[in-house]
Design a protein around this ligand. Structure first.
Ligand code: C2E
Ligand code: MG
Ligand code: MG
Length: 576
């Protein structure tokens, strides 16, 4: 509070003192204040009022009519909003917002207060903008998209058609993981620019979060318009991005839902566009898919399986089957591969191909993989020391960071030496975050665990991975074995892989031998080990001990193993 001014001589009564204090406060008040009498003539205006409105001093003298002052304000500003007859907001020509509030006083007088609320309004506007935009790219966000869909949907009743396109980047995570988050952010900003360049007037481009974007088309004929836009988008996303010298190649998948046919509520339309997107991703990169009603049914079936999968370990629904790997020369069981089986209470036996991918996506593969390792090691503990136990491990298990620990715990619990365990991986393990995958492989190798490259030859860069890690074994994929006895090319490939294994000192196993002819062909190519139905289908744990003990009698002929119960057939129901 300002210090009490010295009272002027002759006015030492307390009332006079108070009056001069009020005058002081009036002079320095940060609000613009005018006091009018009952005849609407100015009694007093403080300097802040004059300054706020940039009014001449002559106009602010006592006696000035309220109407003149208002006219002067109107020359400098417009009324932007009037909350009530006593309250209005002015927008001045220089961009400020002034709130004006009238307060009637006893006897017909009136107090008018002006407050410059520009800073307040700017903050509000910024917050409102942030609530409707994505900070990284400046694009409208999901909330605004949702609002826009809700705004346009009622117009479909008058024959308008909307297309909602959901777009997701392929391999964004690879860029983010390998080049770092700042590069990932830069990439998203570049993507936003390209999307805007593809859009036409009236289209709304939004970022929904992560690497997900959406475009709402409110004009144009459908589906022609969204098909054309999809083509532009896929082409634009397929061109490489330059991230400070690094060329990043990504792609995009697009799902489209059209209103009112595919949804008359914003949430339904969004859900269905996402279902179509999900389909597009499953169908490969750079694909656009339109929503179809059966996608919904399929998704529900999938969700059902996912739910069932969650309870499967606790309910003891998993089981391991074991398939021997045989030496070509000695006809001995050199290894046994553990293969998971799911005995679903109502669907029957579900094959791994129908639930492993889902378990990977949901992360459930981590506890399931842990169960496989423990159960397989426990089953193999009494096998002869020279019989390997082979266990398949998925990419998601590598990413989970607990794999080395899970392996060591399983070995320890079974009291099994590490050198008897062979982990089978596919090149998908190396595809993402190769450095991390390699460090896990080295950590396992240091403990004595062996590593095999499974399904060799099916990926795009199998060969390059052989240079990055010294695998103990290569398993030639069944697709090369199927016609190895009849196709010169297939045989040449098997020959070449065998030679590769010899020079890289990696053992080679052929997968999927079903006939004597195939066996003869791979034997001719010099392969040392084979696996397949010709010798044995995967068998229940109770039978594998006998197979191992019996070994094989006739190395020259390598006849099929003694008849054993075949695996019960898998149910053919497919969740996807
Ligand atoms: P994989 O590791 O390549 O396993 C070999 C697959 O080929 C097995 O299919 C096996 O039953 C089948 N097979 C073996 N010999 C023959 C043959 O002569 N002819 C034909 N047509 N097929 C043969 P399965 O058991 O259905 O497993 C499929 C895939 O599922 C496996 O391929 C593996 O990638 C994955 N998988 C199986 N068990 C597990 C597991 O415990 N964990 C993980 N992460 N993946 C598993
Ligand atoms: Mg395998
Ligand atoms: Mg395989």
């Amino acid at each position: 509070m300002a210090p009490t001014p010295a009272a002027p001589a002759g006015h030492d009564e307390p009332a006079a003192q108070a009056l001069s204090l009020y005058a002081l406060a009036f002079e320095h008040l940060p609000l613009g204040v005018c006091l009018f009498d009952a005849q609407a003539c100015l009694l007093a205006a403080n300097p802040r009022y004059r300054q706020m409105w940039q009014l001449p001093e002559s106009l602010c003298q006592p006696g000035s009519p309220l109407g003149d002052l208002r006219a002067a304000q109107q020359a400098r500003a417009t009324v932007a909003a009037a909350a009530s007859p006593l309250q209005q907001e002015w927008l001045t020509q220089d961009g400020r917002t002034i709130a004006e509030t009238d307060r009637p006083l006893p006897g017909g007088a009136m107090l008018r207060v002006h407050d410059d609320i520009s800073a307040h309004r700017q903050t509000e506007a910024r917050i409102a903008h942030q609530a409707r935009h994505d900070t990284l790219t400046g694009l409208p966000n999901g909330a605004q998209l949702h609002e826009a869909i809700g705004h346009h949907l009622p117009r479909t009743a008058r024959g308008e058609v909307l297309a909602l396109m959901c777009l997701d980047l392929d391999h964004f995570k690879v860029v983010n993981d390998s080049l770092g988050q700042p590069a990932g952010d830069k990439l998203l900003q570049c993507v936003a620019e390209r999307l805007k360049a593809c859009a036409r007037g009236g289209d709304l481009v939004a970022r929904l979060g992560g690497d997900e974007f959406a475009i709402l088309q409110t004009s144009g004929a459908q589906p022609a318009s969204s098909t054309a836009m999809g083509r532009r988008l896929i082409e634009a996303m397929a061109a490489p991005f330059d991230l400070d010298g690094h060329k990043a190649h990504i792609g995009s998948s697009i799902g489209v839902a059209i209103a009112p046919f595919d949804g008359a509520q914003p949430d339904v339309l969004l859900k269905n566009a996402n279902l179509a997107l999900y389909r597009a991703k499953a169908d490969g990169r750079n694909v656009l898919r339109y929503f179809e009603p059966e996608m919904d049914a399929r998704m529900q079936a999938r969700r059902q399986i996912e739910n069932d999968l969650r309870g499967a370990i606790a309910n003891g629904e998993f089981e391991l089957a074991f398939q021997p790997q045989i030496t070509v020369t000695g006809g001995l069981v050199a290894g046994v591969e553990a293969l998971i089986r799911w005995n679903h209470p109502t669907r029957g036996r579900v094959p791994p191909i129908d639930f492993i991918p889902l378990a990977e996506e949901t992360g459930l593969i981590v506890p399931i993989g842990r169960w496989v390792l423990r159960t397989a090691c426990a089953a193999a503990r009494h096998w002869p020391d020279d019989v390997r136990l082979c266990v398949n491990v998925s990419p998601a298990q590598f990413r989970s960071r607990s794999l080395v620990l899970d392996v060591l715990e399983a070995l320890e619990a079974a009291g099994m030496p590490a050198h008897r365990l062979e982990i089978e991986i596919t090149e998908a393990v190396m595809l993402r975050d190769t450095e991390h995958a390699l460090s896990v492989l080295h950590a396992l190798r240091e403990r004595g665990v062996r590593i095999a490259m499974d399904d060799f030859g099916t990926g795009y860069s199998s060969l390059s991975y052989l240079r990055r890690f010294p695998f103990d074994r290569i398993k030639i994929d069944r697709s090369f074995i199927t016609d190895v006895h009849s196709s010169v090319d297939a045989l040449a490939i098997v020959h070449a892989i065998n030679g590769l294994g010899l020079s890289l000192r990696m053992a080679i196993t052929a997968e999927g031998i079903e006939t004597a002819e195939q066996l003869d062909a791979v034997r001719g190519a010099g392969l040392a080990e084979v696996q397949g139905y010709f010798f044995s289908r995967p068998r229940p744990a109770s039978e594998i001990d006998g197979v191992i003990r019996g070994r094989l009698a006739s190395p020259a002929l390598l006849p099929p193993l003694p008849a054993a119960s075949e695996e019960p057939p898998c149910s053919n129901e497919s969740p996807t």
